[in-house]
Design a protein around this ligand. Sequence first.
Ligand code: NAI
Length: 345
Amino acid sequence: MIKVAFYDAKEYDRTSFERYSGSEEMTFKFFDTKLNEDTVELAKESDAVCVFVNDTVNAAVIDKLYEYGVKIIALRSAGYNNVDVQAAFGKVHVVHVPAYSPYAVAEHAMALLLTSIRRIHKAYNRTREFNFSLNGLTGFDLHSKTVGVIGTGKIGRIFIDICHGFGMKVIAYDAYPAKDSGIDYVSLEELFKESDIISLHCPLTPETNHMIDESAIDKMKKGVVIVNTSRGALIDTEALLKGIKARKVGAACLDVYEEEADIFFEDRSGHILNDDLLSRLISMPNVIVTSHQAFLTQEALYNIAETTVKNIKSYFTNDGICDNELCYRCGSIDKCKKDRKERCF
Ligand code: NAI
């Protein structure tokens, strides 16, 4: 029986994972708390831990997991910037869910964009109060506008297809452009200069951290709409706020926020928010914030649970080889063992 300590468990996680729990093969122990140095002890006697985007999986936590004999860290997310994969190497294997529904995220990005530029959020509140005035609700057509897509992986490409459906001109930047994709790649500078809308779909890495900073915003068109459904720290939030206050940034649609870890995913409605930057952003009429919900569709939850369970099982069977294992050498042509169908270590 494989014992899995399941951190940061929400009601929707329990619903999608419970069908696999208690079987002869695997059992889950659900914890509401996030994984960090104070809570790692809960993983004692577990074979695996299952974590999400705001769990802290740093070197200290990894060392403890290793000491407790935990064999595998199973992320139920695609992004893994919260895991110190270098520290885990040689100690605890790391697996993730590379794709569960790229449609969910790409569609949410478009939903945010349309809500923002057609003022749906305002109209919704107004009509509930029987206020049928149209003043202040003027939007703009997406048709013929230029959208700049940063990151043309699974989600970015679906977003591009959606944008084409709206008759938009699409330009894109990717550090590793896809060959023969028909995508109109430009430099980052050009993308900033030409785009009416910029949507972020690249991972958070040391290179992409704060890629949207003051100097990037300076290069953008006046009135640019910035959509971020990727990771909060791609944007320097202070610079964004400055750009909004200066009327340079026309609107921001944010599903992620760089300091979201202690705020998002919880009901804080009865509390005073101690994050002035987020409070200020939320108070802006042209900012829409959703709390990292882009992934949250029935299809995605089903696929996340199915792949996570498969990932964990494959460690304990199948010679431990798992297509979804990752390590700090991923992508390195000479060192990556995955292409050779071997374990990372
Ligand atoms: P992917 O791995 O298929 O695509 C990422 C793309 O970014 C690749 O084409 C890669 O070449 C590119 N890239 C890497 N470094 C770059 C750089 N320095 N500059 C520009 N492009 C770069 O990943 P996928 O599935 O499309 O997901 C993208 C991101 O979306 C994830 O990294 C994750 O952070 C975020 N995400 C957010 C969710 C949410 O609920 N808000 C849910 C799932 C993913």
